[in-house]
Design a protein around this ligand. Structure first.
Ligand code: NAD
Length: 548
């Protein structure tokens, strides 16, 4: 039998077809396809539509008792029928995104070895030094977008070694579901250089190298070999660095951002989504961003990334950089980051202002009287009742962003933020919280999650083959996202659009990013007459093709 060919290649027949997640349609294979592809007898006779399949899967999903069970179920669906998986996620984004990404993916990574069923993506280990190109070639498919982690800082959960693979896998699923990035372009990679996590090293079901982390020159050489080889095997590929520990994250970003097409989502994506949130919040407070002092709980990738983009945004509007930086203050584990401190790493020093030493967040709030506090230290419960009350005494509408993930690390819950501020807090969270009703008014908190930003940025970058991903693109993404928040959203306390609008949001952000790429001469394709139309034409639709 001659197997039909599609754009994705020649499709297999019979059992091999049912076991191929890219081509499999399960019970949706039509009679004609069953005739042509040798499927009779291998499937129950009734033909179902994709919509019926979605209904069945959703029912089964909802019967499962825990989020981890749902994560495992969805992973299995992804491995069995990719098109149905993405259709399900796309049509039920609010319900399913928290199951395939934050917060559930945190537990998924902690238990990755225990729930492991089937490999996805590439593991490049310290033992592959010298042959990374060969390992990349084993992928044997094209790739336009790599999400890579070394597993050292997985969400707020610390070093999970090779089990951090859940993050690139989950992020790439969001890329497809939220922005229509074609799944065949997506390659999740874990650089397994070992782990310091003794619990994992002691676990016989741990999936990574059973050794401590490779550091220093050997580590840098492996990353360099990976970056170089990736660009040779997949020319122009976009490499998104994800969940590296902050010392490496800043270093690698600075090393590679002007050399290859790359970005760090924890630094730049977070910055963009938080800045968009602030842009929405100041529509409620009535103050400009220039008049908004922001105090960060945390001084790592997220905090410094956000502070840098706030600064860039103010500088773009004409404020001198030194003055713009003074809008941002950081608190780390030792207290307020001030100029007199001698223990500061390079990235914190940019925001070390002249001020007396202050030991804790509560005292810093009282001394600095900020308009906004942003929690990104992965210290759960850090926004205590006195802190939110102090913010509410200082501000008519205090801005309170509890962005740490997963939920256990959230600085406060939505209920606490609204209750302790008498319903006045402008709240955003890293992990999802249900709506809160207080004194008859219902607040709908939305996630300040970088999944509003990175899918669109990546789509725009890949669609126009940009040679670099620049801060100007993240600024454009923030402005675009903020511009999609309606007055009705703001009235119910939502400073981001609904997740159900994600594809429209991503397409609009991608268009803005692509426009910057063309304007700056960075794009690798000719400028189309209609950039938005061009971007949308590249988006994947999870509909079954007809094979016969
Ligand atoms: P990081 O390791 O780079 O930074 C953590 C920072 O917290 C460090 O500066 C550290 O000094 C500081 N810190 C530790 N203990 C502290 C304490 N007791 N008080 C004050 N500061 C303390 O990590 P990161 O990438 O910046 O991420 C931090 C958190 O933000 C994580 O929970 C992560 O999941 C979350 N995050 C959320 C989003 C989102 O989209 N919502 C995006 C990125 C990061």
């Amino acid at each position: 039998m001659n197997a039909p060919a599609t754009a994705a290649g020649t499709i297999p027949t019979g059992l091999a077809l049912l076991q191929d997640p890219v081509f499999n349609k399960g019970t949706a294979f039509t009679e004609r396809e069953r005739d042509a592809l040798g499927l009779h007898g291998l499937l129950p006779p009734r033909v179902h539509t994709q919509a019926e399949q979605v209904g069945r899967v959703l029912n089964n999903l909802r019967r499962l008792p825990t989020d981890l069970d749902k994560y495992i179920f969805l992973t299995a669906l992804h491995d069995r029928n990719e098109t149905l998986f993405f259709r399900l996620v796309m049509e039920n984004a609010e319900e399913i995104m928290p199951l395939i990404y934050t917060p559930t993916v945190g537990l998924g990574c902690q238990l990755y070895g225990r729930i492991y069923r089937r490999a996805r993506g590439l593991f490049i280990t310290a033992k592959d030094a010298g042959r990374v190109k060969q390992v990349l070639r084993n992928w044997n498919q094209k790739a336009g977008l790599i999400v890579v982690t070394d597993g050292e800082r997985i969400l707020g959960l610390g070093d999970l070694g090779a089990q951090g693979m859940g993050i690139p896998v989950g992020k790439l699923s969001l890329y497809t579901a939220c922005a229509g990035m074609h799944p065949s372009l997506c390659l999740p990679i874990t650089l397994d250089v070992g782990t310091q996590n003794q619990e994992l090293l002691d676990d016989p079901l741990y999936i990574g190298l059973a050794q401590n982390r490779v550091r220093g020159e050997a580590y840098d050489a492996l990353v360099e070999e990976f970056v170089t080889a990736a660009n040779e095997v997949f020319p122009g590929v976009l490499i998104q660095f994800e969940d590296f520990a902050n010392a490496n994250a800043f270093r690698l970003l600075h090393k590679y951002q002007d050399r290859i097409c790359t970005f760090n989502d924890d630094i730049q994506g977070t910055a963009s989504v938080a800045l968009a949130g602030l842009m929405s919040a100041v529509r409620i407070t009535g103050k400009s961003l220039a008049d908004t002092r922001v105090l960060f709980q945390g001084a790592g990738e997220a905090a410094v990334g956000i502070a840098d983009l706030i600064t860039a945004s103010l500088v773009a509007k004409g404020m001198p950089e030194a003055e713009a930086k003074k809008r941002c203050w950081l608190v780390d584990s030792k207290g307020l980051v001030v100029a007199s401190r001698t223990d500061l790493t390079e990235h914190k020093r940019h925001y070390a202002h002249e001020h007396a030493a202050i030991g804790d967040l509560a005292s810093a709030v009282n001394a600095l009287k900020p308009q906004a506090i942003i929690g990104v230290a992965a210290v759960g419960k850090a926004f205590s009742k006195p802190i939110v009350e102090a913010m509410s005494a200082i501000n008519e509408r205090p801005i309170v962003f509890a962005l740490s993930n997963p939920t256990s690390k959230s600085e406060c819950t939505a209920q606490e933020a609204y209750e302790w501020s008498g319903g006045r807090a402008i709240f955003a969270c890293g992990s999802p919280f249900a709506p809160v009703t207080l004194n008859g008014k219902t607040f709908v908190p939305r996630q300040g999650n970088n999944s509003y930003i990175f899918p669109g940025v990546g789509l725009g970058a890949v669609a126009v083959k940009t040679r670099r991903v620049t801060n100007e693109m993240f600024l454009a993404a923030a402005e675009t996202l903020a511009g999609m928040v309606s007055e009705a959203d703001l009235a119910q306390g939502s400073i981001y659009p609904s997740l159900s609008q994600m594809r429209a949001v991503s397409a609009t952000i991608a268009t803005a990013v692509a426009t910057v790429a063309f304007d700056r001469g960075l794009a690798g394709v000719p400028r189309p007459a209609d950039i938005g139309e061009y971007v949308r034409s590249q988006m994947y639709e999870p509909s079954y093709p007809t094979y016969a």
